[in-house]
Design a protein. Structure first.
Length: 456
């Protein structure tokens, strides 16, 4: 009987760094290859060598393009990986955009730290470079969803639509007669831009995210919240800053604001999107129209309504413009990107409002702002927080506890084991209890680097 080794190299006890290593007698497979984000202890893991030989991995399968699922790929190649990186066409397009943006930010921050001397590392090195990302892209191979592809005599896989972000899928991996299902990140049934996620029908071994395993998304009226904040911004003659992930969240916010203007519910307040990566992602929406719900006419009208900031010079022009305005800028958890420049100049202004839209991981500036800190560290210096902080979770692209249970509701068999990954401990524990109570399934919450052997 073949033995399969499973090793959890990320997203175990945390929501970031997704990597699951599967060693089999025929092929060695890595499901996702994400970067750790959040608290310093997690970020430091990015700089450590993997406990496996990258050169022995044959294939990487990607569920979707987010940094916490793809951001380690250039480092994997540095360590000797020379196989194919397989995802859907929009996933690989998003991955390339995100990796290039990440490399650019890493290079810029390393350069700034070396010039201004605020890092203890001398010299400060980027996590990876744009040149290394370009090398990574040569390994990309696109595959369609809903079609089984063979990797060896006894191994095949297919991608299935999962909402969350454009191109995202869950993976069904058929290993020696057993079905291994990897949820990736599960989307919302009523997403404004994406279709509802499909659901697996069979899973002998299920690896499921638990980001919101302990929560139900509040049924917030997002439109009313935005209208209220925009009215307040106009009254205060200030700036509404919305830190946003460049993929999906940014496009959803653009869509919401455009629809409110179309319905005459908000005035024609200037809206600036300052995210080079977000602008590139818009082109992915244009190219892969069958992956989302926007019509071509609506897409063009939406883009015409928004001011796209294309240079750092324009960023400063927007900051210096004293008219009331809305600025949507990356990154969503305030870990980097153009939003830091806006906060550096405006976070200590009582006329500024900041809207955090979605999940804020432990250790990020977004979580600090959400928790009410009185000062925030930006580029090595502390700035007093006088801006009003607001938060909405109902824009989250992650399924909540109820939606996670609904996602598994079509599974016809009783899985041999369910692994709860991609969640902070409190979320995973709560979802673990819920699964046991409602379905009586055998569950396990893996620890980082834990190894399991499964005989099939």
């Amino acid at each position: 009987m073949p033995s399969i080794k499973i090793q959890f190299l990320g997203a175990a006890g945390t929501v970031t760094g997704s990597k699951i290593y599967i060693e089999t007698p025929q092929k060695n497979i890595l499901i996702d290859c994400g970067m750790f984000q959040g608290i310093k202890e997690l970020r430091k893991l990015n700089w450590t060598q993997l406990p496996i030989k990258a050169s022995e991995i044959d294939i990487v399968l990607l569920t979707h393009g987010h940094l916490d699922h793809t951001g380690y790929l250039p480092r994997l190649i540095q360590q000797g990986f020379n196989g194919e990186i397989i995802g859907t066409a929009p996933t690989l397009a998003i991955t390339e955009i995100i990796l290039k943006d990440s490399a650019k930010i890493n290079e810029e921050e390393a350069d700034r730290a070396n010039r201004e001397g605020y890092s203890k590392h001398d010299p400060t090195l980027p996590f990876y470079t744009i040149k290394e990302v370009e090398k990574t892209v040569h390994h990309f191979k696109a595959r369609e969803k809903d079609i089984w592809f063979s990797l060896s005599k006894d191994i095949e896989f297919r991608f299935r639509y999962n909402g969350h972000i454009i191109g995202a899928c869950f993976i069904e991996l058929h290993l020696f007669g057993k079905d291994f299902v990897f949820s990736g990140d599960i989307g919302r049934p009523k997403d404004l831009l994406l279709k509802p996620p499909e659901k697996p029908e069979w899973a002998d071994f299920l690896f499921i995210e638990s980001t919101y395993g302990n929560k139900l998304h509040q049924d917030q009226d997002i439109e009313e919240k935005l209208i209220g904040l925009i009215k307040e911004t106009l009254y205060k003659q200030g700036t509404l800053i919305i830190p946003s992930f460049a993929v999906e969240r940014l496009q959803t916010l653009m869509y919401l604001l455009w629809k409110l203007y179309q319905k005459n519910r908000i005035p024609n307040i200037p809206i600036y999107v300052d995210s080079p990566m977000g602008s590139n992602v818009l082109s992915v929406f244009e190219k892969f129209s069958d992956w989302h719900k926007l019509s071509k006419q609506d897409y063009n009208s939406l883009c015409d309504h928004i001011n796209i900031v294309t240079s750092y010079k324009e960023t400063w022009e927007v900051i210096d413009n004293l008219r009331p305005k809305i600025v949507i800028a990356g990154s969503g958890m305030v870990t980097g990107g153009r939003v830091l420049t806006y906060l550096k100049q405006l976070v200590d202004n009582t006329n500024t409002s900041i809207l955090l839209a979605g999940y804020q991981a432990e250790g990020t500036r977004g979580r600090q702002l959400q928790d009410g800190v009185h000062e925030i560290k930006l580029y090595g210096k502390y700035y007093t927080v006088k801006a009003e902080i607001h938060h909405i979770e109902s824009l989250s692209a992650h399924a909540d506890q109820y939606e996670l249970l609904d996602w598994v509701s079509k599974i016809k068999n009783i899985p041999e084991k369910v692994f709860l990954i991609h969640g902070e401990p409190s979320a995973s524990e709560a979802f673990n209890t819920k699964l046991k109570h409602t379905l009586n399934w055998k569950t396990h919450i893996p620890k980082l680097h834990e190894v399991l052997n499964i005989t099939v």
